[in-house]
Design a protein around this ligand. Structure first.
Ligand code: GDP
Length: 443
C-alpha cells in the first residue's frame, strides 16, 4: 500500500493527540518529534524533514492553537497544509501547446517505467479527448519498440516507428511531422534510458529536445528507489531541464520518501503517479488529496473520479435506489464487487475512503480472482429468497449452500459477514456523497 508505514505512524501519533483534549507545548513538540522520526524512517530527505518540522512547529506551538477549542484538530490541519505544500501545493498539469501538436518527451533511466508510462499517458490523454501519437524513440533497449507497438494496439492508438537503425533525433522529428500531417494533437516520445546517467544519454536527449522543442519534458522515476530517485531527478534537471515528474511504482512503495522529497529538492512538480502495471494505473497527482490520504482522511474526490470512469452510471443509480430502500441483495453484492474490482486493487480504494484504511487492516477483504469465483459459486447456490434476505440463512441452509458450491461452511459464513460489511460501507459512502452535495452519481 502507498505510504503504509508512514500513514500508520502519523495516524497513531494524531490519535494520541486527539485523545488529549487540552494540549501543552510539550504535547505538540513530542508529537512533532514522532512525525519527524516517521518521516525519516520513510526515507524522506533529511533537510526536507528538518524544514518541514520547523515550519509546523512555528505555526502549531502558538497560543492561538493551544487555546482553541480543538487544539489537536488545529495541529492536524496545519500538518495537512504543510504536507500538501511539501508536495507542491496545487496540482501541476501538463503544458499543452496552443498550436498543436503538443510534444511530450518522456525521459528517465532504464526500467523506471518510461515505455509503460507512454502507454498510460496516451490512454489518459485519449480519455480526455486528445488524439495522441506514440513515437518509438528508444532504439537501444531491444524490446522497447515492440512493447510500444503492443501498447498502441491495445489502446487502438497509432505508434510511429522507424525501427532501431535510425538516429533517435531523426525519429523524433519525423514523428512530429507525421502527427502534423495526420491530425494527431499530442506526440508522446519514448526515449532511450540507460542503467546510469551518462553523458552520451544526456547528449542524445539534449539533441532531441533541440530538434523538436517539446512543451513538456516529463521525467519518469521509480518511487521504490527512494532517495536515488531524487538524485536522478536532480541530475536530469541539471543537465536537461525537466518540466514535471512521473513517479512510478508508488503501489510498491510503502515508504514514500521520493514522493515527499522530490518536489522540495528539485523544485519540479510531480504531475502523475503510476500505481500499477495496468494501463489504467496512472493518476494525476493532487498534493492535497495525497496529504489527506497519508493522514487517513481519505480522498473522496479521487474515489468519485475513479468511480465515474469505471462504474456504469445506470447501474449505480439503480443501486443507490436499492440502498435507499434497503433492498441491496447478495446478487447486487456480487455485481458490485466486480465493478469495484474494475477500479483497481481494493486496498488502494479503501485508502481513499476516510477511516477505511484501518478497517481494511482488520478485515482483510480478499478481492483476488479465485476468491471472486468462490463468492460467485456460493451466491449461485442460494435460493432467490436467501439472496434477498440472508438473515434466513441458518445452519442447515449454510451447510447446503457450502455443499452446493463446493466450499466449506466457514467460507459461507465469511461471505455473509463481508456482505454485511459491504452493506454498511456502501451506506456510509452513500451518506457521505450526499453530504458532499450528491455528486459522483453514487457507487
Ligand atoms: P522503461 O525501461 O523505463 O521503458 O521501463 P518499462 O516501461 O519497460 O517498465 C519496467 C517495469 O516496470 C515493467 O515491468 C512495468 O510493468 C513496470 N512498471 C511500470 N510502471 C509501474 C507502476 O506504476 N507500478 C508497477 N507495479 N510496475 C510498473
Amino acid at each position: 500500500m502507498i505510504f503504509e508505514g508512514l500513514a500508520d505512524k502519523l495516524q497513531d501519533t494524531f490519535d494520541k493527540l486527539r485523545g488529549k483534549g487540552k494540549l501543552s507545548e510539550k504535547d505538540v513538540k513530542s508529537a512533532l518529534r514522532e512525525v519527524k522520526l516517521a518521516l525519516l524512517e520513510a526515507d524522506v530527505n533529511f533537510k526536507v524533514v528538518k524544514n518541514f518540522i520547523s515550519d509546523i512547529e512555528e505555526r502549531a506551538v502558538g497560543k492561538e492553537v493551544m487555546d482553541s477549542l480543538t487544539p489537536a484538530q488545529q495541529v492536524i490541519k496545519i500538518v495537512n497544509e504543510e504536507l500538501t505544500d511539501l508536495m507542491g501545493g496545487t496540482q501541476s498539469k501538463l503544458s499543452i501547446a496552443s498550436d498543436p501538436p503538443t510534444v511530450i518527451m518522456l525521459v528517465g533511466l532504464q526500467g523506471a517505467g518510461k515505455t509503460t508510462t507512454v502507454g498510460k499517458l496516451a490512454k489518459h490523454l485519449h480519455k480526455n479527448g486528445r488524439r495522441p501519437l506514440l513515437v518509438a524513440g528508444d532504439v537501444y533497449r531491444p524490446a522497447a519498440i515492440k512493447q510500444l507497438q503492443v501498447l498502441g494496439e491495445r489502446l487502438d492508438q497509432p505508434v510511429f516507428s522507424m525501427g532501431d537503425k535510425q538516429d533517435p533525433v531523426d525519429i523524433a522529428k519525423a514523428g512530429v511531422s507525421h502527427a502534423e500531417s495526420n491530425g494527431r494533437d499530442v506526440v508522446i516520445i519514448d526515449t532511450a534510458g540507460r542503467l546510469h546517467i551518462d553523458e552520451e544519454l544526456m547528449g542524445e536527449l539534449k539533441d532531441i529536445k533541440a530538434a523538436v522543442n517539446p512543451q513538456e519534458i516529463l521525467l519518469v522515476v521509480d518511487a521504490m528507489t527512494g532517495q536515488d530517485a531524487v538524485n536522478v531527478a536532480e541530475s536530469f534537471d541539471d543537465a536537461l531541464g525537466v518540466d514535471g515528474i512521473t513517479l512510478t511504482k508508488l503501489d510498491g512503495d510503502a515508504r514514500g520518501g521520493a514522493a515527499l522529497s522530490i518536489r522540495k529538492v528539485t523544485g519540479r512538480p510531480i504531475k502523475f503517479v503510476g500505481t500499477g502495471e495496468k494501463l489504467d494505473d496512472l493518476e494525476p497527482f493532487h498534493p492535497d488529496r495525497m496529504a489527506s490520504r497519508i493522514l487517513g482522511m481519505g480522498d473522496m474526490l479521487s474515489l468519485i473520479e475513479k468511480a465515474e470512469e469505471n462504474i456504469d452510471a445506470e447501474k449505480a443509480k439503480e443501486l443507490e435506489e436499492k440502498l435507499r430502500k434497503e433492498e441491496f441483495t447478495l446478487d447486487d453484492f456480487l455485481d458490485q464487487m466486480s465493478q469495484i474490482r474494475n477500479m483497481g486493487p481494493l486496498d488502494q480504494i479503501m485508502d481513499m475512503i476516510p477511516g477505511m484504511g484501518k478497517i481494511k487492516q482488520l478485515d482483510n477483504l480478499d478481492m483476488g480472482e479465485e476468491h471472486l469465483d468462490q463468492i460467485e459459486a456460493i451466491i449461485s447456490s442460494m435460493t432467490t429468497e436467501e439472496k434477498r434476505d440472508p438473515s434466513i440463512i441458518n445452519g442447515s441452509r449454510r451447510r447446503r449452500i457450502a455443499n452446493g458450491s463446493g466450499t466449506e461452511v466457514q467460507d459461507v459464513n465469511r461471505l455473509l459477514k463481508q456482505f454485511k460489511q459491504a452493506q454498511k460501507m456502501m451506506k456510509q459512502l452513500n451518506d457521505m456523497q450526499q453530504g458532499m452535495g450528491g455528486g459522483g452519481g453514487g457507487l
